[in-house]
Design a protein around this ligand. Structure first.
Ligand code: DON
Length: 332
């Protein structure tokens, strides 16, 4: 049967987002992350969803403007920044683009993958990506570059949640081992402690579901931020970034996630999940309780519900949509 492409409207997306919110809000599974003490104290009932369409329309429900710790979702913008500074080929050679099939903070993954830290979307590769950020050796300028890049991707300047940063810095023993193991293997490109501190600080940035949906929409829109109307990064990087998210966005649960949801997505232990439907929309959901692999239970269920209701799946030709909300060349 020939593929027949779907059109979806903003109203249909709105209905799907609201239905998913109602259906999932009473779900009580999962637990807040506790290995970072601050995260254990966040209200477990918080729950928000945002979708950003490629014409800049944002559809939100619940606690979509509540500020929470971006955590591992920050690995996505810094991977983009490293690509902007070094190009996609260099990032593949210096960091890698492989799935690990192991937890996000795995030391085993570093030992197994002999030449590179696997992917900028696991802890080892993210610390390596922070080490690459220009100008090497200048911590404050590197930090400004990380923050400025997120500002371009979301349209809003993110701020560090100081209590989270202190909490994480006091307990990041595993990540310290990773940074120094990378040094031993010649896979870190700046001072290991400086690189680790930048990584910890970026994980402690506050964000919102709304901001993450704009970042996701920018990736889905070939690097063009539909809210600020600016080309943030080279369109050629967009499929590379989405491929990284596809292969390792949910760590050792990535295959299960893709199989069930049909959308590449990246999670963080703060409870955020960012999903990218290229050419269609960016989506983000946030709720603190996590499953055993560190992925938000409600955010996963909500995004799956929305994909299901809209009958979308990145792997099904007949379910790819031509979103009416995307401005065509003639319209814009
Ligand atoms: O490095 C860590 O352990 C945290 N700052 C981030 C981990 C994380 O978000 C994993 N994602 N689900």
């Amino acid at each position: 049967m020939a593929a027949s492409h779907k059109n979806i409207t903003a109203d249909e997306v709105k209905r799907a987002v609201e239905n998913a919110y109602q259906k999932v809000r009473s779900e009580s599974g999962g637990k807040n992350a506790s290995y970072i003490p601050y995260l254990a104290s966040v209200d477990s009932n918080l729950f928000g969803i945002s979708v950003c369409l490629l014409d800049g329309t944002i559809i939100s429900v619940g606690d979509s403007t509540h500020t929470f710790g971006i955590e591992s979702v920050s690995k996505v913008p810094t991977a983009i920044l490293a690509m902007r500074e070094y190009g996609a080929v260099d990032i593949l050679n210096k960091v890698g683009a492989d799935a690990t099939g192991l937890p996000f903070n795995s030391i085993m993954a570093i030992l197994l993958e002999k030449d590179r830290p696997s992917s900028p979307l696991v802890n080892a590769g993210a610390i390596a990506a922070c080490s690459l950020v220009e100008p090497v050796g200048n911590k404050e300028k590197k930090w400004q570059a990380i923050v400025d890049n997120i500002k371009e991707l979301t349209g809003a300047e993110p701020e560090v949640i100081e209590e989270l940063y202190a909490s994480e810095s006091a307990t990041d023993f595993n990540n310290r081992s990773i940074a120094w193991l990378l040094k031993d293997y010649g896979r870190i490109y700046d001072d290991p402690d400086l690189s680790l501190d930048l990584y910890t600080r970026q994980c402690s940035l506050g964000t919102t579901a709304e901001a993450l949906s704009i970042m996701a929409a920018t990736i889905a829109n070939d690097g063009f931020n539909p809210v600020t109307n600016t080309q943030v990064f080279d369109p050629d990087f967009a499929p590379k970034v989405t491929s990284l998210i596809t292969t390792v966005g949910f760590y050792e649960r990535t295959g299960d996630w893709l199989y069930k949801s049909g959308i590449p997505a990246k999670s963080g232990v703060g409870g955020g999940v960012l999903g990218v439907m290229p050419g269609m929309f960016g989506i983000a959901a946030f709720s603190p309780p996590l499953d055993e692999a560190g992925n938000s239970v409600r955010a996963q269920l909500a995004i799956r519900e929305i994909m299901h209701e809209l009958e979308l799946n990145i792997f099904a030709a007949s379910r790819l949509c031509i979103c009416q909300c995307r401005p065509t060349q003639e319209q814009s």
